[in-house]
Ligand binder design. Structure first.
Ligand code: UD2
Length: 466
């Protein structure tokens, strides 16, 4: 014990023992236990190198990624159909797992429940987790094989997430097919590079980023569980996308057909300013460059036809091979840490918790898309954002519950229209009420069309459920 304390003092973090004399044995134990798990030397390296960021690649060094576009010809539709068949075969063989990352702290949303527990759907106000669960149920039924659901949480929302599922009887899923695990945590540092106490016996930590999922999958036993079940492909998505086309067989099919290790879906960026990472090629490797890391020259670069040169916006949907994730776990520190300045809660000199508004320290996060450049082969596929992307990030305005609901209504209205059931609209074309179609009624347009009676009359609000 003495040796550990001395090592921490020598490394310049003696202040974490500031309240030692006030702690009872349990408090001392828990502080020491936490410290013993922190790699202080590595943290110091990260701090020292915080300004040594490799220069962003120049306009000449990056090229747009090769993207499988939306089908525009008969020939491309046939290719899509071929991919769909391959993906469906993998689903029927039970080789696909659904994996949601839900460990974020939903800071921008400002809610005190896990983001997945937020009520979202336009008519029934079903929570986000239920929309995902219903898709998994519907897919399992369609393909005759259950799809196991892996849910990554973090320290602060693990228990509420499990309790939420239990309270709702797992939304009909078999609990034997749900696997929860916590992602890793990472200590923050203040601007002087010192660890921060947020209680007299506790050092402030925060989730280590969605990239931490690569290592948490292995550490938690989830990867072993997948191998036991014969899973080969992990369908990765973010909890906040309520229009996720879960386990999309076309995407899976292209990935499998190409022998890829990790793949990504993109949508054409709305405009140069949209805050999504851009997928491109850097030195021949598929890479995501975060919005903030693009130079203005790159952000606004145009093709001769006036379209954006770097328009492949990452929507954080991936397929990863189980083998690939295993390989990434063979070495330490495979993914880099990104450093962000944040407001870090800390103790005042009187030992009271202070929650500052201003940025006062550094948080460290790994990003899953950094694994793309480590894959031997990747597939990048474009999808229509109106059909597959409705993220819930903010309480109001852009990417909020309201915009997500509007996008759901718009999509369901289009399905109904295309299936021959006109939807009441105002002169501007806005739908005159709420529409909700449960995945248990129809997972997609084709299923809706096959189930809708002839001359179906749409009355709003409309809910189509099981
Ligand atoms: C992410 C992408 C952005 C774009 C966008 C699409 C990054 C840095 N940027 O933006 O390029 O694709 O998504 O919606 O990822 N999470 C964890 N653990 C963590 C941190 C996050 O599980 O430690 C989960 C979180 O619960 C959420 C997802 O990862 O489901 C995305 O996190 P975010 O909302 O912080 O990402 P954002 O909006 O910066």
């Amino acid at each position: 014990m003495q040796r550990l304390i001395q090592a921490v003092i020598n490394a310049g973090h003696g202040h974490v023992f500031q309240w030692w004399h006030t702690l009872d044995d349990a408090g001392k134990q828990s502080l020491l236990q936490q410290i013993s798990l922190i790699d202080i030397a590595y943290l110091s390296d990260l701090y020292r190198s915080r300004r040594e960021k490799a220069p962003a690649p120049s306009l000449q060094e990056i090229t747009p990624a090769a993207v499988i576009g939306l089908p525009k010809s008969e020939e491309e539709s046939v290719l899509h159909l071929g991919a769909r068949r391959i993906g469906e075969k993998a689903l029927q063989a039970g080789e696909v797992a659904a994996f949601v990352v839900a460990g974020g702290q939903a800071t921008r949303l400002g809610v005190d429940v896990p983001k997945g527990a937020m009520e979202i759907t336009p008519v029934k106000r079903k929570p986000i987790f239920q929309t995902h669960a219903e898709k998994i149920l519907a897919l399992s039924k369609r393909h005759g094989r259950s799809i196991p659901f892996y849910i990554m949480t973090s320290e602060s929302n693990d228990r509420p997430t499990r309790e939420f599922f239990e309270k709702n009887r797992n939304f009909g899923l078999d609990p034997a097919n749900i696997f929860y695990f916590c992602q890793g945590m990472m200590p923050a540092l203040d601007f002087e590079g010192k660890l921060v106490l947020d209680a007299k016996d506790h050092i402030f930590t925060s989730p280590n980023g969605h990239g931490g999922s690569i290592f948490a999958l292995q550490r938690s036993g989830a990867l072993d569980d997948m191998k036991r079940r014969g899973i080969k492909y992990i369908f990765y998505f973010q909890v906040d996308n309520v229009l996720i086309n879960l386990a999309d067989p076309v995407f899976l099919g292209y990935h499998i057909e190409a022998g890829a290790e990790m793949s990504a879906k993109v949508t054409a960026k709305r405009d140069a300013e949209e805050k999504v990472g851009v997928i491109c090629q850097v030195n021949g490797k598929t890479t995501v460059i975060e919005y903030s890391d693009l130079s203005d020259e790159q952000r606004y670069a145009k093709n001769p036809d006036g379209s954006l040169r770097f328009s492949a916006g990452s929507i954080a949907i991936h397929v990863l091979n189980v083998d690939f994730v295993e390989r990434l776990n063979l070495k330490e520190n495979t993914l880099p840490f990104h450093i962000a300045e944040k407001a870090i809660p800390h103790l005042s000199s009187e030992g009271k918790l202070v929650k500052p508004r201003k940025k006062n320290g550094l948080k460290f996060e790994m990003f899953v898309f950094d694994a793309l450049s480590l894959a031997e082969k990747t597939v990048v596929m474009e999808v229509d954002r109106n059909e597959e992307f409705a993220p819930v990030k903010n309480a109001e305005g852009e990417d909020s519950p309201q915009t997500a609901r509007d996008l759901m209504v718009r999509l369901y209205a289009k399905w109904l229209n295309d299936a021959g059931a006109p939807v009441p609209r105002d002169k501007q074309g806005n739908v005159l009420g709420a529409i909700e179609i449960s995945p248990l009624f129809a997972l997609d347009f084709e299923e809706l069309r096959s189930k809708l009676p002839l001359s179906y009359e749409v009355r709003l609000p409309l809910y189509l459920g099981p």
